[in-house]
Ligand binder design. Structure first.
Ligand code: SAH
Length: 227
């Protein structure tokens, strides 16, 4: 079970996620071993639970990171282009970069400027070349609009729950053959993790995968007010 995947170290945490079949592909295991969660949050680093990173944001639970990487695994091949909306701590952006390799590119969009600065610092602690080379670019912005200049994306991950449905702009910025993983729903009720595929002919196929709990994809002021 997901909640039992705690470890004392990053390797132990990843081994437990694998033992519980949440991690299934070697590439996902490798990426999560290369990105030490301990560098991305000061508290309970290897506990399988979300942790506060300030500003009303959390670093998601390791099992949710693992699910996201598994669901997007086919799109995270070498050379892939990824958009990480609500990139928060930067943890998942770094994992995506490990999977898409030197020819790939990851764009993180986060609306809290301090989190953008912190996430870049976090990545630079262990992989400064990702930032220096531009393989990972994290910018301040409203992720509901995506990031047009680098579109289309093979994979789009949204780390906050879309209360008013899936933003059209994100669907537009998905490449044919691309996949988006996005929590959808009201924060007070149930949210569902949705997988949205854009087929090669442009057809959109949506699938609801599991109940989840994410912070809302919202405007900055209402996130700050609640914080
Ligand atoms: N994957 C990240 C999740 C962070 S929590 C991690 O594991 O670290 C979700 C993040 O989405 C928060 O940092 C929050 O500030 C951000 N967010 C919420 N609404 C947003 C919006 N409209 N545009 C950009 N970022 C947003």
């Amino acid at each position: 079970m997901a909640w039992r995947s705690h470890g004392q170290t990053n390797d132990e945490l990843v081994d437990n996620l694998k033992a519980h079949n949440i991690i299934q592909h070697d590439e996902v295991e490798k990426a999560m071993k290369l990105v030490d969660r301990g560098l991305y949050t000061p508290h309970n680093q290897y506990m399988d639970a979300p942790q506060s990173i300030g500003y009303g944001a959390t670093i998601s639970a390791p099992h949710m990171h693992a699910y996201a990487l598994e669901l997007l695994h086919e799109q995270l091949k070498s050379g892939g282009k990824v958009l990480d909306v609500g990139s928060g701590s930067g943890y998942l952006s770094a994992c995506f970069a490990m999977m898409v390799g030197e020819k790939g590119k990851v764009i993180g969009i986060e609306h809290v400027p301090n989190l953008v600065t912190q996430s870049i610092k976090n990545i630079e602690k262990h992989a400064p070349e990702l930032i220096a080379s531009g393989r990972v670019k994290i910018s301040v912005g409203d992720g509901r609009k995506g990031y047009e200049p680098e579109a289309p994306y093979n994979a789009i991950h949204v780390g906050a729950a879309a209360e008013q449905g899936v933003p059209d702009e994100l669907i537009k910025q998905l490449a044919p053959g691309g996949r988006m993983v996005i929590p959808v729903g009201n924060k007070l009720g149930m949210q569902a993790l949705e997988q949205i595929d854009k087929l090669l002919d442009g057809q959109i196929v949506r699938q609801s995968l599991m109940d989840v709990m994410y912070v809302p994809l919202t405007d900055k002021d209402s996130q700050y007010t609640k914080w």
